[in-house]
Design a protein around this ligand. Structure first.
Ligand SMILES: CC(=O)[C@@H](O)[C@H](O)COP(=O)(O)O
Length: 254
């Protein structure tokens, strides 16, 4: 815990947050979660209500991983607020990962409903981690209404297209005073490392692990990538140069 992730006053030793979407085998999921080293894992409350998630909740309890309820499947602020309230009752937590998506084709956040829901939930005492577009303006507004973390997408959920607009992520990070968590679109380990190198505080991913041919091995790779990216972002990379520069200047070291 020498470099913990800090969200709303709570410390996490792992900077990899996992989602369980796409997992259809609890035994495989268990091995992947253990390999990932995650301490926080999202659970879709609407799917849990439908009978699809209680096994996951039991698994998280067994592994000592904290469940972070999310509002996946909500299309309006009203739906998201109600889902968060139900999750608070069911899981006895006031933390919520807020998702309000505009349509099923893109699964992109609806910025207007999202901001409205975030404001209402913060007013009601929730610790809101908001899944959002890679829009620096909206990211700042979510922070201003009191979100504890802002979670811009790398690319649409489940696409594995990686980070389509690294410059936007850098702009979001540069102005943020809350943790920025890269959420959605991670395809492979280098995407997770890049997110951390861009200055994100953590990465949230699901599909890249749950639908990998070997989820346990991919979870191990993601864990290493997040750790490596974090180290690199703190180490201070060399400036990029146009022309070559001899790495051995010819003068002996003093
Ligand atoms: C917003 C959302 O639902 C994502 O957190 C999802 O759980 C992870 O996205 P990927 O499956 O693309 O990693």
């Amino acid at each position: 815990m020498d470099d913990p992730l800090l969200i709303a006053g709570r410390e996490f030793g792992s900077r990899l947050i996992t989602g369980t979407g796409g997992a259809n085998n609890l035994a495989v999921l268990e091995r992947a979660l253990i390999a990932s080293g995650t301490e926080l894992t999202t659970v879709a409350m609407r799917r849990a209500d439908a009978g699809g998630g209680t096994g996951v909740l039991d698994l998280l309890r067994k592994l000592g991983i904290e469940a972070l309820p999310n509002t996946a499947g909500c299309r309006t602020a009203a739906e998201a607020v109600l889902t968060a309230q139900l999750a608070r009752e069911a899981l006895e937590t006031n933390w919520v990962k807020l998702e309000v998506v505009a349509d099923e084709d893109t699964l992109l956040p609806d910025p207007i409903e999202l901001l409205d829901a975030a404001e209402q939930l913060v007013d009601q005492g929730f610790v809101v981690l908001a899944y959002t577009n890679d829009d620096p303006v909206l990211a700042l507004k979510l922070e201003e209404v009191g979100c504890a973390a802002v979670m811009p997408l790398g690319s649409p959920i489940g696409t594995g297209l990686g980070i389509r607009n690294p410059h936007n992520i850098e702009m979001i990070v540069s102005r943020a005073t809350v943790p920025i968590v890269l959420d959605a679109g991670i395809g492979t380990a280098s995407d997770a490392a890049l997110a951390m190198e861009l200055g994100c505080s953590a990465v949230l991913l699901a599909t890249a692990v749950t639908r990998a041919q070997d989820p346990e091995r991919m979870a191990t790779a993601m864990r290493s990538a997040v750790e490596a990216g974090r180290l690199a972002s703190q180490a201070g990379r060399i400036p990029q140069r146009f022309w070559a520069q001899a790495s051995s200047p010819g003068t002996p070291m003093g």
